[in-house]
Design a binder for this molecule. Structure first.
Ligand code: UFG
Length: 331
């Protein structure tokens, strides 16, 4: 298939571009490079540097390239920033997605795989999370993602768009060959922060909250390897038909605590990784892990990386060999 990948220079996007290309799809990437990294993309993959806020660019692009489908990653991801600057998120993550959908409608492109998030569930009462649980997104980031899910559903009803929303859990790890990985600026995610401590770039990691109702008092998350997420996109794309309305929780089904992540990272890196206990981070929920049986059943996808040690080892290979990331954005 000929596929437009928005945000293909980002963390999950760049790994998915590789997986799509390896599966024989012809990929064109559209990325503003505001947060993405040009070097995360193979030079042979066509890159259009541009923004989804530009309807003319989208119209020209869809007129000149006959895409079969769109895989849509481009979005801001900082939950904390979304609380202080919500309109930035509604603008980029919702309005710009509407621009993209309008171009797809105009040019008859009827398939989209969309990056959604398990954060749409909010603070659920039951775990693991199944797709049928009520959604109650708690941050502007999550609400914006959920708003797009509604826009996709309504578009499917009105003009036969086929979509798959993948509700990611915690993307982690790096490419198995160590050449691409996670590089956010600023970094807020647990595993990269822990590994920056191991590299001597931070003195310690703060454990945000040790009094949660969990076995060791710290939050449980479902850490899924980024290559497994990438493979889920390929499976989703290949199964998608116009008019489909599909939503899948995309995780491993296993919840790991903050303390477990730190302990495994100590063992993987051989570094003591000092940790200090800190207050809860606003907006965090105690537990989030997936019931991913629906995607396993319907798409035949299942995660290859089931051992957290391997996930963290792959992240460590990337961070050790790229201690300042891609090194293309630092002042
Ligand atoms: N944490 C720490 N110390 C840190 C960083 C994180 O204790 O320095 C804790 C957090 O409090 C949380 C856990 O580690 O309990 C994981 O935090 P991350 O920031 O790595 O990931 P989140 O679960 O908060 O968020 C991620 C993505 C979001 C997505 C969300 C869905 O960043 O985009 O998963 O759960 F919406």
């Amino acid at each position: 298939m000929k596929v437009l990948v928005t945000g293909g220079c980002g963390y999950i996007g760049s790994h998915t571009v590789r997986a799509l290309t390896a599966a024989g799809h012809h990929v064109v990437v559209l990325d503003s490079l505001v947060t993405g990294h040009r070097v995360a993309l193979d030079e042979r993959v066509p890159l259009i540097v541009g923004d989804l806020c530009d309807p003319k660019l989208l119209d020209d692009l869809f007129a000149s390239e006959k895409f079969d489908a769109v895989v849509h990653f481009a979005a801001f991801i900082e939950v904390g920033e979304s609380v202080t600057n919500p309109l930035k998120f509604y603008d980029n993550n919702v309005s710009n997605t509407i621009n993209l959908l309008r171009a797809m409608q105009t040019h008859g492109v009827l398939k989209m795989v969309f990056s959604s998030t398990c954060a749409v569930f909010g603070t659920p009462d039951t775990m693991p999370l199944v797709e049928t649980l009520p959604c109650n997104p708690a941050s502007p980031y999550a609400r914006a993602k959920y708003a797009v899910e509604w826009a996709l559903e309504d578009s499917s009803t009105a003009w036969n768009l086929g979509y798959t929303a993948l509700r990611y859990f915690n993307a982690s790890g790096a490419a198995s060959d160590g050449t691409i990985g996670e590089d956010h600026d600023p970094e807020s995610h647990l595993i990269p922060i822990v590994l920056q401590v191991a590299l001597g770039q931070r003195e310690h990691v703060k454990i945000f909250g040790t009094d949660y109702d969990t076995p060791d008092g710290t939050c449980l998350r479902d850490y899924i390897h980024v290559e497994d997420l990438a493979a889920a996109h390929v499976a989703a794309l290949e199964a998608l038909e116009p008019g489909d309305k599909r939503v899948y929780n995309t995780g491993t089904g296993h919840g790991a605590s903050v303390r477990e992540i730190i302990d495994i990272s100590r063992s993987v890196t051989g570094h003591p990784i000092p940790a200090i206990e800190a207050p809860r981070r606003p907006g965090d929920v105690p537990k989030l892990y997936a019931d991913s049986s629906k995607i396993q059943r319907e798409l035949g996808w299942s995660p290859e990386y089931t051992d957290l040690r391997e996930i963290i080892a792959s992240a460590w290979r990337w961070h050790e060999s790229h201690p300042t990331g891609y090194n293309d954005k630092r002042k």
